[in-house]
Design a protein around this ligand. Structure first.
Ligand SMILES: *[C@@H]1O[C@H](CO)[C@@H](O)[C@H](O)[C@H]1NC(C)=O
Ligand SMILES: *[C@@H]1O[C@H](CO)[C@@H](O)[C@H](O)[C@H]1NC(C)=O
Ligand SMILES: *[C@@H]1O[C@H](CO)[C@@H](O)[C@H](O)[C@H]1NC(C)=O
Length: 346
């Protein structure tokens, strides 16, 4: 009988209460009416239980989990500077999202120097997938140096990741798992993900194919940097995407051959389970100026757009290569510290 199942734990006392009200009533119309009312409330809450719980707490339904492609594309274009190839990120998610029965989980590998917006792009993605954004219970961010620091604990970590992915995908198929700094992860730890991202319809009754796995790393940065310096020297602009098109190819080749890359030794690569490699390019002065302006506007409104201040912050940031100083070597990463420092000094 349904009433005695898990949800019956709540319903049974209610049911008994209604019975009690009916039988203990001295057949007075008021208590009969109240019993009838309780009975109706009880059946309504039973039928609409799922909707009710989704109203009060986050659940896997559309009101909490829904991808806003237009919003995501626009936010990326407006907030992440200097990344002409970033449209591939929104395309990939859109394709996967629209496909009700994807053949496998989406696996994205984002590569590039520090401070170029990889983490930022992922946070923006969370904001456009989940109503609660990065605080959603379906969004999981793991950082190698925080969560998996000791290579001797490889087996423990592997068991944990396996359990977490299994447990969370069984709660919501449309879960997102982000692994940051994978180049600092114990090698082969990522192998534990292979069954989840492979072409299986389900594993022990759980379908993993709607989930999204995102890897972030600096691996490939030197290659990206070298190629960008060449392009810049020969007068090419990054907005000319025909020059950029070869990047993902270069990048996937590089990742296969880079011995220090956690991905290289991983079964994910050997079985071609990574759906896309997305390069993040080093930032030029104008991009960094954009980041500084955004920061001032959001956090130091009294100094919004102060040119002198912006110049002084720029002077604090290292640019490479030494002679030409094309690219900020930490991207937009250290602008908050540097701005505060300059403000304190003045
Ligand atoms: C999607 O994002 C756009 C731009 O932020 C916004 O105008 C629109 O209302 C959003 N759509 C939904 C369904 O939330
Ligand atoms: C979901 O993942 C989190 C880590 O993000 C973990 O703490 C939690 O136990 C997982 N939930 C389940 C049901 O496995
Ligand atoms: C990577 O390792 C392979 C053998 O495992 C070796 O032949 C190759 O030279 C190494 N490459 C680099 C760049 O160290």
């Amino acid at each position: 009988m349904k009433l005695f199942t898990a949800r019956g734990k709540v319903l049974l006392p209610l049911f008994l209460l209604v019975l009690h009200q009916i039988f203990s009533a001295e057949a007075n119309p008021l208590s009969l009416a109240s019993a009838a009312f309780s009975a109706i409330a009880l059946s309504v809450s039973f039928v609409y239980k799922d909707q009710l719980s989704c109203y009060f707490a986050e659940c896997c339904g559309k009101q909490w989990v829904d991808f806003n492609h237009t919003g995501f594309k626009e936010a990326l274009a407006a907030k992440v500077y200097g990344q002409p190839l970033i449209g591939r990120l929104s395309e990939a998610v859109q394709e996967h999202w629209n496909n009700r029965h994807p053949a496998k989980a989406l696996v994205l590998s984002l590569h590039g120097p520090t401070g170029t917006g990889k983490n930022y792009a992922v946070r923006i993605l969370a904001d456009h997938l989940f109503k609660r954004g990065g605080r959603s219970r379906y969004f999981h961010l793991f950082s190698a140096t925080v969560h998996f620091p000791h290579s001797r604990l490889l087996d423990t970590y592997a068991d944990q990741i396996h359990e977490w992915v299994r447990g969370n995908v069984s709660l919501c198929g449309k879960s997102v798992f982000v692994f940051d700094e994978i180049d600092k992860m114990p090698h082969s730890l990522l192998d534990v993900l292979k069954p989840f991202v492979d072409y299986h319809e389900h594993i022990n009754g759980i379908d993993y194919r709607r989930a999204i796995f995102i890897f972030l790393s600096n691996s490939g940065s030197e290659l990206i940097m070298r190629r960008m310096v060449e392009l810049k020297r020969s007068g090419h602009d990054r907005s000319d995407t025909s020059n950029m098109a070869k990047f993902d190819h270069l990048l996937s080749e590089h990742v296969y051959s880079d011995n220090s890359s956690a991905l290289r030794s991983s079964a994910l690569l050997q079985h071609h389970l990574v759906s896309r490699f997305i390069p993040f390019l080093p930032l030029e002065r104008d991009h960094v100026i954009g980041c500084i302006k955004d920061y001032l506007k959001a956090s130091q409104p009294a100094h919004t757009g102060e040119k002198d201040l912006i110049d002084r912050v720029l002077n604090e940031l290292p640019f490479v290569p030494n002679d030409e100083r094309f690219f900020s070597s930490a991207g937009c990463k250290r602008i908050v510290d540097k701005t505060l420092m300059v403000l304190n000094d003045s």
